[in-house]
Design a protein around this ligand. Structure first.
Ligand SMILES: [Fe+2]
Ligand SMILES: [Fe+2]
Length: 210
């Protein structure tokens, strides 16, 4: 029983680790774009920088969790990455193939990307509340502490985007974006993660992402 609990926790943390990593890497690119496209938006740029630092901090907390326990994370593919999937569904491209130049020259595409970050953060906020109610997390003081830090940080991530997008009258998610968010969330939690849990051929990483 204990090994199944450990497996579940490791899997959950591995999925988070992957998402925090891809999240802060994408935010590094977004900061560059916002600096170029809206250089006068100093406050918003500072908010995105802080957001990026927080996601990197979250990544390091999860990495330390594995290091302290002397285990490596499971190898998670982009099929389990919230941002990867969102970009994939909305832009029909892989994250690394996004044309940053095209993004910069189109307000529609650029706001779409920012809205996507905002929605990812809303989803993250709801998800962390749900996790903190779970017995498995409550019974694991190290994980509980990590998720408490995330819970504290999350509101400062989504609201600046909402505020900023509102200023440009572009904060409301479109129908396709809402459906995509729901689909990604439920397919991950109800289908993909349970599938990974029972996939005993799932291997662990040899080294950390960063
Ligand atoms: Fe995070
Ligand atoms: Fe976040």
């Amino acid at each position: 029983m204990q090994s199944l609990v450990t497996r579940f926790n490791d899997l959950l943390v591995s999925v988070y680790l992957y998402n925090e990593y891809t999240g802060y890497k994408e935010l590094e690119r977004l900061i560059e774009s916002v600096r170029i496209k809206f250089p006068e938006e100093k406050e918003f740029i500072r908010d995105v920088e802080k957001h990026c630092d927080d996601e990197r901090k979250h990544y390091l907390m999860f990495r330390n969790y594995f290091k302290k326990n002397n285990r490596m994370p499971f190898k998670i593919s982009p099929a389990f990455g919230y941002v990867d999937l969102f970009i994939n569904h909305i832009f029909r491209k892989n994250i690394q193939d996004l044309d940053r130049q095209e993004m910069l020259s189109s307000d529609v595409l650029f706001f779409k990307l920012c809205r996507l970050v905002m929605m990812t953060e809303y989803r993250g906020m709801k998800q962390v509340h749900a996790l903190l109610q779970m017995g498995l997390i409550k019974n694991n003081p190290a994980l509980f502490k990590i998720f408490k830090v995330i819970e504290r940080d999350e509101p400062s991530h989504c609201y600046p985007y909402q505020y900023w997008l509102k200023k440009y009258k572009s904060h409301l998610p479109q129908f396709q974006e809402r459906i995509t968010d729901l689909w990604i969330h439920y397919s991950l939690t109800l289908i993909k993660i349970p599938y990974l849990f029972f996939n005993f051929r799932l291997i662990r990483m040899k080294e950390f992402y960063a």
